[in-house]
Ligand binder design. Structure first.
Ligand code: ADP
Length: 228
């Protein structure tokens, strides 16, 4: 599903964020990405949805070869890769309903499908009763649920979550975790960068521990290490 071979990423300022990476992630896996700040986690994640391109090496996501993906083809890739951020990134002037529907409008789905799917995903995340509210009327956990609903609206094969629980209290974080588990159980690959040792140690999944732009540890059902 996702394959990186001999990947390097050097930013224009000279910093090498990814320094020789080989990894393969299969469809349906749930993978944690951990490591100290600056280890390259975000850069790794950004290369999966082609926010950043590698300086060297190959990145494949499904049938997409990201190194030579034409810019006009990026929207096609993004239908297969949903992304959720620590700070939610909802559109403040749109309602909950509109935030989710918008993700489908931009890829040209028909209005009937959009309506059906919007209500379906908002039901899945437990927010069908708040469709008319605006992001600033919601709690952090609810905003993250809307962001997740939006990210899965187009039924992506991969859902990337960059510190999705980073701004949430522990109880709310567990709720978000349950939701991600449920989405994973439906077959979506999940890649989640996190600093939350409690979650990583309690809900065991494959773990990629980054250090200095490399994967220092790749474990099935891995544990959060002290070094992370
Ligand atoms: P992490 O997510 O593990 O904190 P990052 O991938 O954000 O790591 O960063 C890895 C290294 O690359 C850091 O030294 C960071 O300062 C640098 N870096 C990240 N993004 C950029 C950028 N857009 N331009 C220049 N340097 C960057």
């Amino acid at each position: 599903m996702i394959e990186m071979k001999n990947v390097y990423k050097k930013y224009p300022n000279g910093i090498t964020a990814i320094n020789g990476l080989d990894v393969r992630i299969n469809q349906g896996e749930f993978v944690y990405v951990v490591g100290p700040s600056g280890a390259g986690k975000s850069t790794f994640i950004k290369m999966i949805y082609r926010e950043e391109l590698p300086t060297k090496g190959t990145v494949k996501v499904g049938e997409f070869h990201l190194g030579n993906l034409k810019p006009r083809k990026i929207p096609y890739l993004r239908r297969h890769v949903g992304v959720v951020f620590q700070d939610f990134k909802l559109l403040p002037r749109l309602t909950v309903y509109e935030n989710v529907a918008y993700a489908m409008q931009v890829v040209g789905k028909n209005p009937k499908q959009i309506q059906k799917r919007t209500l379906e995903v908002l039901d899945l995340v437990g927010l069908k009763h708040k469709v008319r509210m605006f992001p600033n009327e919601l709690s952090g956990g609810e905003q993250q649920r809307v962001a997740i609903a939006r990210a899965i609206a187009n039924m992506p094969r991969v859902l990337i979550a960059d510190e999705p629980t980073g701004n949430l209290d522990p109880e709310t974080a567990w709720g978000i975790m349950d939701l991600l588990e449920e989405i994973n159980n439906q077959g979506t690959t999940i890649i989640m960068a996190t600093h939350n040792a409690e979650i990583v140690n309690r809900v065991r999944h494959r773990l990629l521990a980054f250090e200095n732009g490399r994967i220092a540890r790749d474990q099935e059902r891995g544990e959060y290490g002290y070094e992370n």
